[in-house]
Write a protein that binds this ligand. Structure first.
Ligand code: S3P
Length: 438
């Protein structure tokens, strides 16, 4: 079967395009913006901070009127980041260096996600942030709502112990509002959309001996227009579907192929999937049409240093691994415990319902996920659970569709709209072998 689909725009780039435009010096038109729950949360927060934003769902574009780094206004109410960890963490960095106080909160899932990773380095820069201290899932941390007292920040040397693009971006924005220079280092390079997009806004962040250098005297200049390519994390669900479906070939058009996001492509290729890039465009955020062909799958070992480049794709890789010959070991996946749900538990729970053995190996220094493949699945009793997590819902939907089981076997399917509102229509088209474009 053969079909050609378009996937939604990149979520990470869409958040950044909105936020950088808001603090630039003029009008920016964002083309092909992602219209999904998380990015609408970012747009809502910026609008509550006095930024004029007009959204056109029909043309998938936005016009944002930037007011400069210190042009945001004091919000009249509590800011609400919804389900979006990216909105909350990045905005906390930006709000720390403003001249007004603010409070930012999120939904029940976001209130359970750790914020100390972003608060601790910001405190080192002179920020004043208070949150809810609690022990959740055995981990002591600080959680939303966060009260941020606007402060004069100072550049510092920040060493992060997590490879997180959200934390990096929060520090970059705080650094741009701080006095002097900020130096930032992370254990493994996280996705670099911030570094790439800031170039369009006239800011070249240098790298010096492993440090990212942020100069507080720099201002963002409007580039006039920003284009957002398709999201490889959304494409990954259909790359996974094609990989596990015999005699299937799928073309996914205009997908971002930023090297810091290509872990899923590298892993699927090692598993035996044939993937080619066509019609490559070499802009700062490169993109291409991706062609995926099914084939015999073999188990692989995914090393911890690969995780940042495929962090959101572990659920769909685990589904593909269940079809592969042998035992797939995905190492160093501790971060998956604190995503929109505990994704390790969610995967073991759902794949376990099909009789697939999944082990979560808690070691001294890291946690590994082990999937015993073989492609034998029993009919699941009871319903699968999405745990209100978009990426778990879509990964399980791919598995159900491949096994010819009804989608109704999965609960709470609406959560897919957090990143991919058109997912269900696209899945239907792909299973029928027809094209899908929106
Ligand atoms: C994101 C970074 C990743 C990713 C998330 C989006 C971003 O999170 O999981 O979906 O846009 O910066 P971490 O930075 O916590 O790894």
């Amino acid at each position: 079967m053969q079909s050609c689909i378009v996937v939604p725009s990149d979520k990470s780039i869409s958040h950044r395009a909105l936020i950088f435009s808001a603090i630039s010096d003029g009008k920016v038109e964002i083309e092909n913006l992602l219209f999904a729950g998380d990015c609408l949360s970012t747009a809502g927060v910026l609008s509550d901070l006095g930024i004029p934003i007009s959204l056109s769902r029909k043309s998938r574009s936005a016009v944002v009127v930037g007011k400069g780094k210190f042009g945001l206004s004091r919000p009249k109410k509590m800011l609400f980041a919804g389900n979006s960890g990216t909105t909350m963490r990045i905005m906390t960095g930006l709000l720390s260096g403003q001249s007004f106080d603010s409070v930012i909160d999120g939904d029940a899932s976001l209130r359970r996600r750790p914020m100390l990773r972003v608060i601790r380095p910001l405190l080192e820069m002179g920020a004043r942030i208070r949150g809810r201290q609690a022990r959740i899932k055995g981990r002591q941390d600080v959680f939303a709502p966060l009260e941020i007292q606007g402060s004069r920040l100072a550049g510092r040397r920040i060493v992060s112990d997590v490879a997180s693009a959200q934390v990096k971006t929060a520090i970059v924005l705080a650094g741009l509002c701080a006095e002097g220079r900020t130096y930032y280092r992370e254990p493994i390079l996280s996705r670099d959309h911030t570094e790439r997009l800031l170039k369009d806004f006239g800011i070249q962040l240098c790298r010096h001996n492993g440090w990212l250098v942020i100069d507080g005297s720099k201002h963002l200049v409007s580039p006039g227009m920003v284009f957002v390519p398709g999201d490889i994390s959304s494409a990954a669900f259909f790359m996974g579907y094609a990989a596990i479906s015999p005699s299937t070939e799928l073309m996914i058009r205009r997908v971002g192929i930023n090297p810091s996001r290509l872990g899923v492509v590298r892993v699927l290729k090692r598993m035996g999937v044939k993937i080619t890039f066509l019609n490559k465009i070499n802009s700062p955020e490169p993109y291409a049409d991706i062609v995926v062909k099914s084939s015999n799958l073999r188990a692989v070992r995914v090393k911890a240093e690969e995780i940042p480049s495929l962090i959101d794709e572990v659920p769909i890789i685990a589904v593909v691994a269940a079809f592969a010959r042998g035992r797939t070991q995905i190492e160093g996946v501790d971060e998956l415990r604190v995503k929109e749900s505990d994704r390790l538990y969610a995967l073991a729970y759902n794949l376990g319902k099909f009789g697939v053995r999944v082990d979560i190996k808690e070691k001294k220094t890291r946690t590994d996920l082990v999937i015993y493949g073989g492609g034998r699945f029993s009919r699941p009793r009871g319903r699968l659970r999405s745990f209100s997590d978009h990426r778990i819902a879509m990964s399980m939907a791919v598995l159900l569709a491949r096994l010819g089981l009804p989608i109704e076997k999965l609960d709470d399917r609406e959560c897919a709209a957090i990143s991919y509102p058109e997912f269900w229509d696209t899945l239907e088209a792909v299973t029928k072998g027809v094209d899908y474009e929106f």
